[in-house]
Design a protein around this ligand. Structure first.
Ligand SMILES: Cc1ncc(COP(=O)(O)O)c(C=O)c1O
Length: 277
């Protein structure tokens, strides 16, 4: 935290931190497999982009932050790790207006990355849909996640894994903590970038790998009831690509993980392995 490495139980923030008072901050979640960080540069660039969008400039360079992330991992070297990095605007007497010359608060943690069991992969994930009630700048990776917390909580109440946000016309935007893809007549579809979805690092890698393997990918709005939809999968740093086999109680395709979703997952895992070697 800031300039210190502290046991988690002893790390505390000031109650006047604007992260605590206003959720005034941005964050990243980065995977590290066997000591190799996955797309660290892309995560840092997105962190800077998110910061720039809210006029929050980190007080150190990307290189300095990368070194601190590496050091946090060296001190907490899980085989498959998840590095959480958060900047808030810093500490000031509570006022909506931002004080001049604030020093951002920086927090980095390294934890075990939760793994997906073979059994879960075999079953596939389940989801619900909800009308999007988030703010209109979902492209910013903001720590203001109350809507996502509510979406996930509703999913948990209904014993499913994820909630997908729908726009006013019923198009699938993304999940609470995932991007979402459909397979339609053999082509991959995902909602185009803009203010209503986060530009997922895994989304970007998925599109690149799919095209490399000869799959057509179209970034356009899509709906769950479109003719020809055979598979759905979600992507994120913590899931790679995960097949979704049931949404709102309706089976997708034959209700089992589809071949294209499983191939995409394998391409991503192979890509991570290549980075390691
Ligand atoms: C709303 C949302 N969309 C998509 C993603 C996936 O992004 P990434 O692949 O960079 O982990 C996340 C990750 O936290 C998210 O919160």
């Amino acid at each position: 935290m800031n300039d210190d490495f502290t046991p988690l139980s002893q790390a505390c923030v000031n109650i006047e931190d604007r992260g605590f008072q206003f959720a005034d901050g941005v964050y990243e979640v980065i995977a590290c497999f066997g000591g190799t960080f996955i797309d660290l540069d892309e995560h840092l660039e997105r962190l800077w982009r998110s910061g720039h969008a809210i006029n929050l400039t980190p007080h150190l360079s990307m290189e300095e932050l990368a070194e601190l992330i590496h050091e946090t991992y060296r001190r907490n070297p899980y085989r498959d790790a998840m590095l959480y990095v958060q900047f808030t605007r810093g500490v000031a007497p509570r006022s909506h207006l931002i004080s001049k010359g604030m020093l951002p608060t920086l927090v980095i943690t390294s934890r075990q990355l939760p793994s997906i069991t073979d059994e879960k992969l075999h079953q596939g994930a389940t989801a619900i849909t909800l009308n999007d009630f988030r703010w209109q700048r979902c492209d910013i990776k903001s720590i203001s996640l109350l809507a996502s917390v509510m979406g996930k909580q509703e999913a948990a109440r209904l014993h499913v894994d994820e909630a997908f946000w729908l726009d006013e016309d019923g198009h699938v935007l993304e999940g609470c903590s995932t991007n979402c893809f459909a397979v339609m007549d053999g082509e991959l579809l995902t909602h185009p970038l803009g203010h209503r979805v986060l530009e997922g690092i895994t989304r970007k890698m998925t599109i690149r790998l799919a095209r490399k393997h000869g799959l057509s990918v179209c970034e356009r709005p899509w709906k769950l009831d479109e003719q020809g939809l055979s598979e759905v999968f979600m992507t994120s740093t913590t899931n790679a690509a995960m097949p979704v086999c049931q949404i709102d109680g309706n089976m997708i395709g034959d209700g089992r993980p589809g071949n294209i979703s499983l191939s995409v997952r394998q391409w991503l895992l192979n890509h991570f392995k290549e980075l390691r070697s």
